[in-house]
Ligand binder design. Structure first.
Ligand SMILES: Cc1cc2nc3c(=O)[nH]c(=O)nc-3n(C[C@H](O)[C@H](O)[C@H](O)COP(=O)(O)O)c2cc1C
Length: 221
């Protein structure tokens, strides 16, 4: 397989059990707990130990269960690990140079960009191929849902991960290096490794601040 070949393996899709939908069992609280404990990790909080390919396959499988209007399934991935990360190292370094022409070659900034790929054992390029069948915003949301599924599965497996974007990783030279189909847009990378720290706690502003209810409980005058 070429290093740039997307890593959707030929392994069969795992059988999915029928759900029970029993409100009295612990599934719903467990799900909420899982959602709230999906966490993003800084690279410095990840070990360099490799991640089993079987675990990465589970992340990809989870991603593939995202919804999409018209069943467009627009998510596309390229998985980098081991020495193949050198391709990303080179691309990130080159992108930094193009974006910062005043910096000398081998600057601290360039080195930081080219070295970061070695801090996480797996980097997944996140691509979205517009279907041309549905409005692009719908494909984009479907793609984002796929990445969220991937992230949830990573956290469920106790893996440390993060969606990373920014000018360097989205630069056209990185797009070229990843080699998605020409119409596929790169929206960053999802890096994965093992946590080097205790699982971080998340925080959110209250949902009540973001919702307005219009129902029978609204003061009907
Ligand atoms: C589309 C997208 C792009 C992101 N890009 C970055 C990034 O470039 N750098 C970064 O530190 N975090 C990035 N994040 C992660 C957010 O910072 C993180 O989700 C947020 O801080 C909430 O933390 P949590 O994921 O642990 O709940 C990105 C998240 C999303 C959804």
């Amino acid at each position: 397989m070429k290093a740039n070949t997307p890593c959707m393996t030929n392994e069969p899709t795992p059988a999915i059990e029928s759900p029970s939908f029993d409100r009295d069992d612990a599934s719903a609280p467990r799900l909420l707990n899982m959602l709230a404990n999906r966490r993003s990790f800084a690279l410095k909080d990840i070990t360099t130990d490799p991640v089993d390919r079987a675990l990465i396959t589970q992340l990809l499988e989870a991603a593939n269960w995202a919804p999409s209007h018209g069943k467009t399934e627009p998510w596309r991935f390229v998985v980098y690990s081991g020495v193949a990360r050198q391709q990303l190292s080179d691309a990130f370094g080159a992108a930094f140079q193009v974006l910062n022409p005043a910096q000398p070659a081998g600057s601290v900034g360039e080195l930081a960009q080219s070295q970061r790929v070695w801090q996480a054992p797996v980097w997944i390029a996140l691509g979205m191929q517009p279907s041309q069948k549905m409005p692009e915003w719908e494909d984009l949301i479907a793609f984002g849902s796929a990445v969220q599924n991937m992230h949830l599965m990573a956290s469920a497996l106790g893996l440390a991960s993060k969606w990373t974007s920014g000018a360097v990783v989205l630069h056209p030279s990185v797009v070229t290096a990843v080699g998605f189909a020409p119409d596929t847009k790169l929206y960053g990378f999802f890096y994965v490794g093992h946590p080097a720290i205790a699982w971080p706690t998340g925080e959110r502003r209250p949902i009540a601040d973001k919702v307005r209810w219009v129902d029978d409980s609204t003061d009907a005058k």
